[in-house]
Design a protein around this ligand. Structure first.
Ligand code: ZN
Length: 313
């Protein structure tokens, strides 16, 4: 069976693995990301590939990174957490490694992993929302990853949630990312905790009374314990996600809508309010068969597995 390497370049870690055609990771390795130095990031990627190749014969390398990748999957046009600006990553690495290399956006990679091996493996068409610090997205349509004419399709985080709302890092006001991301979850929980300390007893006990020390994992832990402020924060972001997903169902009518990213660790605490608003927002359309909303299944190795499999295809 042919083997390929998948590499997941994050803001702090570079993770790489050798993956077979069934999505099984046979070997993996991890390095720190030298995020501010483009040449050093290339060196780390080359080093990871060299290490993994020493024990396994591989035919291609796939790389997933947060950022805008051009439509022919060669150049990282912009990466928010890394020093890449118009970085010709594919050609630089192909030459250096003497292997075919593909470069893909991290959310697209995760969507592909779910489609091939995870929550959408029985589906023809699927949409992934990654809910982490920000919000990313991926679209698989009739078995193909939708990149868009310019390589930047499925940026759901920058769709409109609230006209004239909060300013977003992208320059627009009212983006979904400002209302339904992990950052928004923490903001809601802190706001409630500041206004009503009784509703946030669990969280404030954990932080010694410091509202600003409330973080995402603590909100999840508190919601699991039934803390009103934390549960309400999940209902808030789930509401905005459900509205956005109803738009997706109206536009594209997929088989499945998957929720991934760090925040899905909360499971039904997030999915239940998301589904409730989704159904309400669809109105009469909700009587017809429509997309199933479900949790991502691929976990932390989605980036490695998806990138390796895209390189194989
Ligand atoms: Zn935005």
């Amino acid at each position: 069976m042919t083997l390929t390497i998948g590499i997941d370049i994050g803001g702090t870690k570079v993770a790489g693995g050798v993956v077979d055609g069934s999505g099984v990771v046979l070997a993996s390795t991890l390095r720190s990301t030298p995020a501010s130095d483009p040449a050093a990031i290339r060196d780390v990627v080359a080093d990871v590939v060299t290490e993994l190749r020493a024990k396994h014969e591989v035919t291609a390398v796939g790389i997933g990174a947060a950022g805008w990748i051009d439509s022919d999957r060669s150049t990282v046009q912009f990466a928010p957490n890394l020093a890449w600006r118009d970085e010709p990553l594919r050609d630089a690495l192909t030459e250096r490694l003497d292997l075919p290399v593909v470069v893909e956006n991290d959310a697209n990679v995760a969507a592909w992993a779910e489609f091939q091996f995870g929550a959408a493996r029985e589906a023809a068409s699927a949409i992934l929302f990654t809910v982490g610090t920000g919000i990313g997205g991926g679209i698989i349509w009739n078995g193909h990853l939708v990149r868009g004419s310019h390589g930047v399709a499925a940026e759901f985080g920058h769709g409109l949630a609230v006209p004239g709302g909060r300013e977003c890092g992208c320059g627009r006001h009212g983006c979904l990312e400002q209302y339904a991301s992990g950052n928004a979850l923490v903001r809601y929980a802190r706001e409630t905790a500041a206004a009503d300390r009784d509703a946030a007893e669990f969280m404030l006990k954990a932080t010694g009374g410091d509202v600003e020390a409330i973080d995402g994992p603590l909100v999840t832990q508190a919601a699991e314990a039934g803390e009103p402020a934390a549960v309400a924060a999940f209902v808030e972001i789930g509401g905005y996600l459900g509205e956005a997903m109803a738009d997706m169902a109206q536009f594209l009518d997929p088989d499945v809508i998957i929720v991934g990213g760090g925040v899905i660790k909360a499971g039904e605490l997030l999915l239940a309010p998301t589904r409730e608003r989704f159904t309400a927002a669809l109105g009469a359309r909700a009587q017809l068969p429509t997309a199933v909303i479900t949790a991502a299944q691929m976990g932390r190795q989605a980036g490695i597995i998806g990138a390796a499999d895209l390189a194989r295809h």
